[in-house]
Design a protein around this ligand. Structure first.
Ligand code: NAD
Length: 249
């Protein structure tokens, strides 16, 4: 088992990529600590796999992060998956949406790292490796997409934060990478499609930008998550790993 006995903490594990990652990590033998703001989603996750321990966590709340860090054991892996997509060009952005996008997609990630890195560095000292994985996107510093102004800015910031953490702790055995998925069929993507003026066309447009002619499933993404969290990726740090179905060919 590729994560045997490792303590892995995941944010936004209630649905989508985070949930699939929690299940995949548990299947690889990890002690999974799954968190989300949505308690019902966490209850259904632990009903699906009773070995997964769950805690409600709003990653935008420093006090909740501190409480959790005080309660949990030291982590070998941290997957910061939480994030939100706002639609629109720079002409559409409100200050409030911009601030919230950075709060959830970037600041919360920094706070999670600040809270959990001390324990992870101790683990890295004992075992030789610990891994932080940050959720970025192909829509970031890697590629521009229409109507993703604030989202692309936040995910570019995630890649910058990832590289800085990687540089700061490379000599202490702590690695930090970002994962950059293409368009993944998740509940929030379905919500964005349903909320558009023409949902049928919106889905066609999402599929059309994927050269393989289909959306990713969450199971297309989890193998990279497992790889980056596991000691198999021990010589990989500071990278933004694309799993985009060929969009950036
Ligand atoms: P999703 O958007 O369907 O689910 C997100 C989860 O985050 C939900 O369970 C929700 O309850 C939780 N959440 C929301 N606010 C939270 C908060 N403040 N604290 C803790 N949890 C919170 O899942 P998804 O589409 O897999 O997206 C997950 C991540 O993947 C996001 O960072 C997203 O930007 C990124 N991503 C998604 C896609 C895609 O096409 N779906 C592509 C690239 C990157």
């Amino acid at each position: 088992m590729r994560l045997n006995g490792l303590n892995i903490l995941i944010t936004a594990a209630g649905q989508g990529i985070g949930r699939a990652s929690a299940l995949a990590a548990a299947a690889e033998g990890a002690n999974v600590f799954a968190t989300d703001i949505n308690s019902e989603a966490l209850a259904s996750l632990s009903a699906e796999n009773s070995s997964i321990r769950t805690s409600r966590l709003d990653v935008t709340k420093q006090s909740e992060i501190d409480d959790l860090a005080a309660k949990l054991p030291k982590m070998d892996g941290l997957f910061n998956c939480a994030g939100i997509v706002h639609n629109g060009t720079v002409l559409d952005i409100t200050d409030a949406d911009w601030a919230f996008a950075f709060e959830l997609n970037v600041t919360a990630m920094m706070r999670m790292c600040r809270a959990f890195l001390p324990g992870m560095l101790e683990r890295a000292g004992e075992t030789g490796t610990a891994s932080v994985l940050n959720m970025a996107s192909m829509a970031s510093s890697i590629k521009g997409f229409a109507n993703r102004a604030s989202y692309g800015a936040t995910k570019a910031a995630v890649i910058g934060l990832t590289k800085s953490i990687a540089a700061d702790f490379v000599k202490q055995g702590l690695r930090c990478n970002a994962i950059c998925p293409g368009t993944v069929d998740t509940p929030s993507l379905r919500g964005r499609i349903a909320a558009s003026a023409d949902p049928v066309q919106a889905e066609k447009d999402f599929v059309a930008r994927q050269p393989m002619g289909r959306l990713a499933s969450v199971d297309d993404i989890t193998p990279m998550v497992i790889y980056l969290l596991s000691p198999e990726s021990r010589f990989v740090s500071g990278q933004a790993m694309l799993v985009d179905g060929g969009v950036t060919i």
